[in-house]
Design a binder for this molecule. Structure first.
Ligand SMILES: NC(=O)c1ccc[n+]([C@@H]2O[C@H](COP(=O)([O-])OP(=O)(O)OC[C@H]3O[C@@H](n4cnc5c(N)ncnc54)[C@H](O)[C@@H]3O)[C@@H](O)[C@H]2O)c1
Length: 472
């Protein structure tokens, strides 16, 4: 029985285009593995990377569609920033962003547009420290690589890379150039998430054993808004969790991934796509363009389970098709308590974990039900993250998904200006992005377990616990 299964997995894995080998240890079952390229000679890891302090962060933006302009606006509200250049395929999108600079009393930025590769000239400028990328998914990697080659730090929208070859190219380039390469995952800065992370780091939930996250967001009203229909085309062509980072990033931070624990393997399953093919079939514009709803590959609902080296589990879900309320799930299960964000935001915590000077009648609490609202508020006040203590008011005023986008950009600039490690490094980028190719590999192989590479190539246990860096 064993040989045909192995042969089938091998053949199916080859069909996916990934380099896969089977491992056998003492006749027990082993996951599919993808290649971990040898670290090029002369390179070392960029864990806790620090670079010289920048008095002013000089930035160039590429990609000014739905997402990019908000970033330009937010940067005009951050101290120590100079916006030097703006780039999009379309000159009117560049021009429309100049108004944010003018309104902030900043000089107009150099404009690049009109050709597919005008962005290269932006990267080549010698007065830019940071290239900020908000284009479609397939342009991210060439832009990140070129910007780093030109000596620039890089910040790139989610998901920054979609396949293993690209992910390793980005990791290698960051290690070679020793420049910052951060994925712009905003959801790790949301108010409930960061407060809960702080509680977790103070041991309020006991030992964390299981975390859940998701991207559940029906994109039907948005499909037609993406430039050149890039998002629909990508989903049409690819199975797997192609947009995992909003749920997975906060989960990985809670579990100190590559800072004391590591992702070991995943298994993934999807349901057949129905809603999006129906949408394509029923949309008159798409029908008149002759768009073919058959052969759509991305599943209606994709579910992935991951096990870590320290024996914890993560559940991640993706559904951009079904008519469901928005949810990033966000659940934390510990030995002493529980947190949940969607649909009900609350905590269930054992009385022993509560400070009686902060919460009255704390002895009535148990892990069996959510704490009452006043207790939740007291806890959230007690464990308000130092980042929120400093930035909440300003973040809510500037905005961007309720303020978390501003906090993300502010922290990026703050760390660059203070010569601190960024909150998210290139290994976070790699780990959070690898779900796209590795879930596809699992799904296309009957949900076989797939080993997740250690992108630090041996450094995952050097840093003990994830913490945000602050200037002395
Ligand atoms: N973090 C979040 O909450 C969040 C929210 C929305 C989108 N996103 C991400 O942001 C990115 C952009 O999404 P969007 O919704 O703005 O897409 P979009 O299609 O609206 O915008 C993409 C822009 O990139 C430009 N572009 C494409 N190729 C280019 C090139 N060669 N040179 C210069 N410009 C080029 C397009 O002209 C377009 O204006 C995606 O990665 C998406 O996943 C993140």
């Amino acid at each position: 029985m064993r040989l045909p299964l192995v042969a089938a997995l091998f053949i199916a894995a080859m069909v996916t285009g990934c380099s896969v080998k089977q491992q056998h240890t003492n006749n027990t079952y082993s996951p599919l593995t993808v290649e971990t390229p040898v670290r090029p000679a002369g390179q070392s890891d960029v864990l806790n990377l620090v670079t010289p302090k920048l008095d002013t962060v000089r930035v160039g933006f590429i990609g000014l569609g739905m997402r990019g302009p908000g970033a330009v606006y937010r940067f005009t509200n951050i101290p120590g920033v100079s916006v030097k250049a703006l780039c999009d395929l379309y000159p009117e999108r560049v021009e429309s962003c100049q108004k944010y600079l003018t309104a902030a009393g900043m000089p107009r930025a150099a404009a690049y547009s009109g050709s597919e590769d005008a962005w290269k000239q932006l990267c080549e400028r010698n007065d830019i420290d940071l290239v900020y990328i908000a284009t479609d998914w397939v342009h991210h990697v060439p832009m990140m690589l070129y910007a780093m080659e030109q000596g620039k730090h890089v910040a790139c929208e989610v998901p920054a890379a979609m396949n293993m070859e690209d992910i390793w190219a980005v990791v290698n380039m960051a290690e070679k150039t020793r420049l910052h390469c951060m994925m712009l995952e905003n959801c790790v800065y949301d108010f409930f998430e960061l407060t809960t992370l702080n509680m977790a780091q103070h041991g309020v939930f006991g030992d964390i054993t299981h975390v859940e996250g998701a991207y559940i967001h029906c994109l039907e009203p948005f499909w037609d808004q993406y430039e050149g229909d890039w998002r629909m085309k990508y989903n049409k062509a690819h199975r797997g969790d192609v947009y995992a980072t909003h749920g997975f990033g906060p989960a990985c931070q809670l579990l100190d991934i590559h800072r004391g624990d590591k992702l070991n393997y995943l298994t993934s399953m999807d349901s057949d796509p129905i809603s999006i093919p129906n949408f394509i079939r029923n949309d008159s514009a798409r029908r008149s363009r002759g768009e073919d709803p058959t052969g759509f590959r991305n599943g209606e609902h994709t579910t992935t389970m991951i096990r870590t080296e320290r024996g914890r589990t993560i559940l991640i879900e993706h559904n951009v098709a079904s008519p469901r309320p928005y949810s990033r799930m966000y659940q934390v299960t510990g030995t002493k308590g529980f947190a949940n964000k969607y649909p009900y935001q609350g905590y269930a915590i054992e009385a022993s974990q509560i400070d009686p000077s902060v919460v009255k009648n704390h002895e009535d609490l148990s892990g069996h039900s959510y704490v009452p609202n006043d207790v939740k508020e007291a806890l959230m006040k007690q464990y308000k993250h130092p980042i929120h203590r400093e930035l909440e008011e300003k973040a809510k005023q500037v905005g961007g998904h309720g303020g978390m986008d501003f906090i993300m950009d502010y922290r990026l600039v703050y760390c660059l200006r203070n010569g601190l490690p960024l909150d998210m490094d290139v290994y976070d980028l790699a780990e959070w992005c690898c779900l796209a190719p590795l879930t596809a590999l699992s799904i296309e192989n009957h949900s076989a377990p797939v080993a997740i590479p250690d992108f630090t190539r041996g450094g995952w246990n050097k840093i003990k616990g994830f913490r945000h860096a602050f200037a002395e």
